[in-house]
Ligand binder design. Structure first.
Ligand code: C2E
Ligand code: MG
Ligand code: MG
Length: 780
């Protein structure tokens, strides 16, 4: 045996060869009892040789392959074992099962500078730096239990840096294996001086140095942990990230840096990072970084981002973690997310958040037996007017205040969204039945209809307090839809119907609503097309004196839809108002009427006038003054040939600003006259009426058609007296028969209008009549 080892040292210089010879020797001396050794050792060794791996690794593999070393004290086998130990180039340490040193070999003594006597009987941990204690102890325990249970430990390697007797450190990698002496377990620790390999040493010190320098220059915390989560390295940045100094962290547990439940949840992930290299992570579906909550010594919990590195030398045994506090980034993200999902003006959720929320309801609540929810679509009534007449700032204030009132009215758990413009959406996810939704709708109506007091300065100071209404459409979940599209469409339809029903009210969705609305949509589309294609016509209805002679004409717009045929102006004007198409349409009417009267005047009908109807939206629009001015200029129409008709109802909606505007228009266009249309229906306050700078009252058609009912005559007579007292002219419209004509003629009426005289007609027809009246002497 001795000769064998001597020969070995002389003749063999490759480590692998040395390893093979030792194995051979072990076999020869029957120190190894390995069933099927030949079968396994052969290919394994050659394979390893090809790869040029070291003796150490080979030994490791052999040990893992299940060699079972056992001998008795004083036996020849024990002698052989001792000889191999003493003569191998690898430092070896034999320990009893409590970790006390039994003996060392010369290679060990040489490496660490200890004598055998220095160590014998000492606990091994005395020589291991504290941070590695846990790992070493644990390794021993595993080896021992593996021996007891006759299993091979999955990994017998442990790496640490250890102190030499005379100072300085040695980095070692240890193979821990067990054997039996007289049936008792003992431990063999076979060390490999990592500095022994020049290549490794160079790499290690190089990278170690670089690593140290690098780790101190970066702001992220860098920790290296062993497989038991002991911290074996920490850079200075741990102080800012975790509030501990690096000294405090060394040797302590990585677990402490996280709330316990967070650590437990992520532990399986950490494990994976121990074993899987960076380049293989993607393939296994592992993220490059983990985001989790870490714990700062003083500041408590904050979000952190971790990335991991391990090198092939340390794989499975230690893990480098780079950790960053991402509170700031998270806050920014949160702000960005808030911006993306919320309306800037009101702070309410937007359409996207609504989609998320409703989908959550579909997922979580819809399957619940008996679930009942409701979707409320809200659209303010009269918002456009506020925006147009008082400016956007006032409009914005109104929206913000509306949002506040909604929030105040609804429960915290009922989310409110703003879809843009004056559209709000409320989601009720816990109501017993539709009555619950109706109750909420009524509360909303009440809250929104209260007068708003605006703080922004407006052109009209008396307008700082305003009232608007809200039209609400309700769709029940699940009855009126179980998809986002279906449900929002249902609520939207119901809302349109609330508008249609006179606004400031709520309507539930009902089957069949689609048709009505699609008709409206069709009509809206038709209006738009006609506007562009010149599809409107302007008719004129004569206003005659009691003798039947034409004094003026009222311009009345006509529209024929391709499918629907002639549509009543009452219908399409209302739609044009809602859709704001009234502005371009109204401009066209004004322009056409002005050109026409200009032409008639030019033809010599010097006193003829045209009466033009202006709708409320058109009249309250800030552009009306310049539009009218420009139209008159372009058409050459004289202001005294123009009457402007506004209905009593629209005057009374906002009398002060109507009065102001009429004055302004009159100042700019002296001679222009104003007619209060449909008089008698708008409940004028006498106070305003007396100040209204209008010349003509037009008695509403309803009084005329039911003239011979007693009550109506009283009203008509009152209006006539009123007009006289205020020195206004009055006109009657809707005169259909001789009795009616006589009635008004007897009461000094100067102008009448109605089918009894003429129906509304094209300008060319009016031309003919005018020519006839004037003895055919003039040309049109
Ligand atoms: P309005 O301004 O009060 O117009 C008078 C309406 O009474 C006209 O209906 C006219 O055709 C109708 N009418 C005249 N005489 C008689 C009669 O003897 N018997 C009956 N039953 N009706 C008579 P039309 O043209 O259908 O217009 C209805 C309403 O639509 C108008 O009421 C007006 O408010 C609006 N409108 C019509 N044209 C325009 C327009 O160019 N611009 C604006 N803004 N509104 C218009
Ligand atoms: Mg009229
Ligand atoms: Mg009228």
């Amino acid at each position: 045996m001795i000769e064998f080892v001597e020969r070995l040292d002389e003749s063999v210089d490759s480590l692998d060869e040395r390893f093979d010879r030792i194995i051979e020797a072990l076999e020869e001396y029957k120190l190894l009892e390995a069933p099927g050794l030949e079968a396994e050792a052969g290919p394994l060794v050659t394979d390893l040789e090809k790869r040029g791996e070291s003796l150490f690794d080979n030994l490791l593999r052999k040990a893992i392959a299940g060699y079972d070393l056992s001998f008795r004290s004083g036996s020849e086998d024990e002698d052989s074992f001792a000889i191999i130990i003493d003569n191998t180039m690898d430092p070896v340490l034999l320990l009893d099962n409590t970790g006390s040193v039994l003996r060392t070999n010369p290679a060990f003594e040489k490496l660490f500078g200890f004598d055998s006597q220095d160590l014998e009987g000492q606990a091994i941990l005395e020589f291991v730096p504290v941070p590695y204690h846990h790992a070493v102890r644990d390794k021993f325990a595993k080896v021992l239990s593996a021996r007891r249970h006759r299993t091979s430990p999955d990994d017998n390697l442990v790496v640490f840096r250890s102190k030499r007797k005379n100072g300085g450190y040695v980095s070692v990698e240890c193979l821990v294996a067990s054997y039996l002496r007289d049936g008792e377990i003992e431990i063999a620790v076979i060390l490999r001086d990592l500095a022994n390999s020049h290549e490794i040493a160079a790499q290690l010190s190089d990278s170690e140095e670089q690593f140290e320098t690098l780790s101190e220059t970066i702001t992220e915390a860098i920790l290296r942990i062993d497989e038991d989560y002991r911290i074996i390295f920490a850079n200075s940045a741990v102080l800012s990230t975790f509030g501990y100094t690096r000294q405090e962290l060394l040797g302590s547990s990585f677990r402490e840096l996280f709330p316990p439940e967070i650590f437990s949840r992520h532990e399986p992930d950490f494990r994976k990072y121990f074993y899987v290299d960076d380049q293989h992570r993607r393939g296994l579906g592992m993220k490059r970084t983990l985001e989790l909550l870490g714990r700062h010594k003083h500041r408590g919990v904050s979000p952190m981002e971790m990335s991991f590195g391990n090198s092939s030398n340390y794989r499975g045994r230690s893990l480098t973690c780079i950790i960053r506090d991402i509170s700031t980034r998270k806050n920014t993200e949160r702000r960005l997310r808030h911006l993306a999902y919320h309306d800037k003006l009101t702070g309410l959720g937007n359409r996207d958040l609504f989609a998320t929320e409703i989908n959550r309801i579909f997922e979580e609540l819809l399957p619940v037996e008996g679930f009942c929810g409701a979707l409320l679509f809200l659209d303010l009534d009269g918002f456009k007017q506020v925006n147009d007449s008082l400016g956007h700032e006032a409009g914005d204030e109104l929206l913000v205040e509306t949002a506040r009132r909604l929030r105040e009215t609804l429960r915290e758990t009922d989310p409110i969204f703003r879809f843009g413009g004056d559209e709000f959406v409320v989601l009720l996810s816990s109501i017993p039945d539709p009555r619950g939704a109706a109750l909420v709708a009524r509360k909303i109506l009440e809250a929104v209809s209260r007068t708003f007091t605006l703080s922004v300065e407006t052109d009209a100071p008396e307008m700082s307090s305003i009232s608007v209404g809200v039209s609400i459409g309700i769709a029940m979940i699940p009855d009126h839809g179980t998809s986002l599209n279906r449900l929002t469409k249902s609520a939207d339809l119901a809302m349109y119907h609330a508008k249609d029903a006179g606004k400031n009210c709520y309507r539930f969705f009902e089957e069949g609503m689609d048709e009505k609305v699609s008709l409206r949509l069709k009509m809206e589309q038709g209006l738009k097309t006609s506007l562009n294609a010149g599809g409107f016509e302007l008719y004129f209805q004569p206003l005659v004196d009691p003798a039947g002679k034409i004094r003026g004409v009222e311009a009345l717009v006509r529209w024929q839809d391709m499918d629907m045929g002639w549509v009543s102006p009452t219908t399409f004007i209302a739609l044009a108002e809602e859709t704001n198409l009234i502005i371009p349409l109204g401009n066209w009417i004004m322009e056409t009427a002005c050109r026409q009267i200009s032409a008639w005047r030019a033809a010599g009908y010097d006193d003829l006038f045209v009466s033009i109807n202006l709708s409320m939206n058109q009249f309250s629009h800030p552009d009306i003054v310049p539009n009218l001015r420009n139209t008159l200029r372009r058409s050459g129409a004289s202001p005294d040939s123009i009457c402007i008709e506004i209905t009593e109802t629209s005057v009374m909606k906002d009398p002060e600003s109507t009065i102001a505007k009429i004055r302004q228009i009159k100042d700019e266009n002296p001679g222009i006259r104003f007619v209060i249309d449909d008089f008698g229906t708008g409940y004028s306050s006498l106070n305003y009426l007396s100040r209204l700078p209008a010349e003509i009252l037009k008695i509403d058609i309803s009084f005329v058609s039911r003239l011979f009912e007693e009550q109506n005559q009283k009203v008509v007579n009152a209006i006539i007296n009123l007009a006289r007292n205020m020195e206004m002219e009055y006109v009657v419209e809707g005169v259909e028969n001789e009795d009616q004509r006589r009635y008004f003629a007897d009461r000094g009426c100067t102008l009448m209008q109605g089918f009894h005289f003429y129906r509304p007609m094209e300008a060319a027809k009016i031309d003919e009549i005018l020519r006839e009246e004037n003895g055919g002497s003039r040309e049109g």
